[in-house]
Design a protein around this ligand. Structure first.
Ligand code: GDP
Ligand code: MG
Length: 590
């Protein structure tokens, strides 16, 4: 099968994934170029891509540069797109058709991102080149490792560069292309050490040996042993390349010619000639090897990528559910959304006021305790005379009723009673009930502050006072009174006999009978008044108020949200978009 048609879809797939921004969510297979300064990184990239990259002495590559090489056929002319994001916000895109402008545009982009001078920066510059002369590869060029800071560089520049390199090479998804010149001690190369640190078995490390034309005579055998993987074994092995030297660049020797010169160099080399047959020499061989490596690496990564995308999609969808749907953008939808929210709120208020909503610290749990307190206080006051009879030491009530009978005694002889006296005692007792009633109302107010308005509270208080006013009238229907009287007395009374016989000795029973009636009436009345005016009516008023919001409302203003939830939702939605696009792109390959 044609190599191009075989590899291209995979490289395009990764590009598609990268262009939807999926690298923010997961690492993508990439080739990263690392090495010491002046080891020949840019020369190798240049030879691979046919593109003249910024070169020179000192630190030239100051930002990670992603080089996307796309082989296009059919008489399409050379075309490049350079893009970068300053501070990850505004995106700059520059398109051009002249290969000689690459250096200038890359330098300008670096100056934008890292500032003019010798500082470095983590922001990625992407250069996509479409041409008939390039291979299908995506590589990232990184700043070279510097040992000593130069004028204007921070003291820790070496560590800064290493940290930047680490960030790229530590990802399991990258192939590390380590560029090492032949004319130094290969084993002590910093870049190779870093690669070994994060990939001890050398599974994803490939070494490129440069400058074979500059080696010391006599070291050839040692170097050959290194290339043949006998010294520092790497699974992906070594490739030796010879790029243009400074002199050839100055003489403007074209890349095509340089390729020929490279081939001649190896063919004529006494020691390195066998490397040609072993596919361990020349840039061309490197290009094929890299592409194959990248594609097999991509293939291997696909199931894992797919799994990661699925898992993240699942998580994002779940998190989005927790965020709840936001308001729709169109006016009609937004209005419907508002109505829905208000109705939901009203339903909640209603069920809360009816005690249907079972939540922790349920309102009715608290109310019930308050009502119970009220009921207990009420009974204690009304029936105090019963306890007093048994325990005269605390018989204040008895005293006052005695006093009352003295004060209200008319011209009647002893033994005859005045109904007024009976009534006064009852009224006095009723008045004493006001205080506990107001007390329990007040503590209920505390519980309900958040759900009832002060006007509703005043209304409730007024209704309770009215109730006490009514109670001071002393009234009950005869049959009810008689029923209670008979229940508590050992004697039998009848309606016919009662009005005729005025039996003073029965007064305490008659009082008790009436109190029983009052207890029945009032014990329920107060809670009912509170429930009605402070809860139900408040809830209804609240619902009406809520619905009136809809009238002439500025819907978008009402629905405007600047909360963390909306920021989170936006973030999750963009992730969902990326992941969905990625999954779609991937579905053809899995
Ligand atoms: P970088 O700093 O790693 O990007 O290194 P460069 O690619 O800029 O190369 C540094 C210097 O080494 C340049 O002057 C290149 O021309 C030179 N150079 C690179 N590769 C070779 C090679 O194979 N042979 C010779 N003679 N010089 C080379
Ligand atoms: Mg360079």
């Amino acid at each position: 099968m044609n190599l191009q048609t075989y590899i291209r879809p995979y490289i395009d797939l990764i590009d598609t994934l990268r262009s939807v921004g999926i690298q923010k969510d997961l690492a993508l297979p990439t080739i990263v170029v690392i090495g010491d300064q002046s080891s020949g990184k840019s020369s190798v990239l240049e030879a691979l891509s046919g593109i003249a990259l910024p070169r020179g002495s000192g630190i030239v590559t100051r930002c990670p540069l992603e080089l996307r090489l796309r082989n296009v056929t059919g008489g399409v002319s050379w075309k490049a797109v350079l893009s970068y994001r300053k501070k990850k916000i505004e995106k700059t895109i520059i398109e051009f058709g002249d290969p000689s402008l690459v250096e200038k545009h890359v330098e300008e982009a670096q100056n934008e991102l890292a500032g003019k001078g010798v500082k470095i920066c983590d922001d990625l510059i992407t250069l996509e080149v479409r041409s008939a002369d390039v291979c299908d590869l995506t590589l990232i060029d990184l700043p070279g490792i510097a040992r000593v800071p130069v004028q204007g560089q921070p003291q820790d520049i070496g560590n800064q560069i290493k940290r930047l390199i680490m960030k790229f090479i530590e990802k399991q998804e990258t192939i590390n292309m380590v560029v090492v010149p032949c004319n130094i001690d290969i084993a002590t190369t910093e870049a190779l050490k870093m690669a070994q640190e994060i990939d001890p078995e050398g599974i994803r490390t490939l070494a490129i040996l440069t400058k074979p034309d500059l080696i010391d005579r006599g070291t050839e055998k040692n170097i050959l042993a290194v290339v043949q993987n006998k010294v520092i074994p790497l699974r992906k092995g070594y490739v030796m390349v010879k790029c243009r030297g400074q002199q050839q660049i100055d003489e403007k020797i074209p890349l095509v010619e340089a390729t020929q010169i490279e081939r001649d160099f190896f063919q004529n080399h006494d020691f390195f000639r066998p490397l040609l047959d072993e596919n361990k020499a020349t840039v061309k061989c490197l290009a094929i090897k890299l592409t194959q490596d990248l594609v097999s690496h991509i293939k291997k990564s696909l199931p894992k990528l797919d799994e990661q995308i699925k898992k993240q999609l699942w998580d994002v969808r779940n998190e989005l559910k927790e965020c709840e749907a936001g308001p729709p953008q169109d006016l009609k939808g937004a209005k419907q959304f508002l109505i829905k929210i208000l109705t939901k709120f009203n339903d909640k208020i209603k069920s809360l006021s009816l005690g249907e909503l079972i939540i922790e610290e349920n309102l009715f749990v608290q109310l019930r305790t308050e009502f119970k307190k009220w009921n207990d206080a009420f009974i204690r006051i009304l029936f105090s005379f019963l306890y007093e009879k048994k325990n005269p030491s605390c018989s204040q009530q008895v005293d006052s009723s005695k006093e009352l009978s003295q004060n209200y005694r008319g011209r009647e002889l002893l033994g005859f009673s005045n109904y007024r006296v009976f009534e006064m005692i009852l009224q006095d007792r009723m008045a004493k009930l006001k205080e506990p009633a107001i007390k329990s109302l007040n503590s209920i107010k505390g519980t309900l502050t958040s759900c009832s308005s002060s006007s509703q509270q005043a209304k409730t208080e007024q209704r309770i006072m009215d109730q006490f006013e009514m109670e001071s009238m002393i009234y009950t229907q005869d049959p009810i009174y008689l029923k209670f009287l008979n229940e508590i007395s050992s004697e039998k009374f009848s309606e016919a006999q009662l009005p005729v016989f005025d039996i003073k000795s029965k007064y305490s029973e008659m009082l008790q009978a009436y109190y029983e009636i009052v207890v029945q009436r009032m014990a329920d009345q107060l809670p009912m008044l509170i429930s009605f005016y402070m809860l139900k009516e408040t809830a209804q008023l609240l619902c009406t108020d809520m619905l009136s919001i809809l009238e002439g409302a500025n819907v978008s203003e009402l629905l405007f949200e600047d909360s963390d939830v909306s920021k989170r939702r936006k973030y999750l939605q963009s992730r969902l978009g990326r992941l969905t696009a990625a999954q779609e792109a991937l579905s053809d390959f899995i």
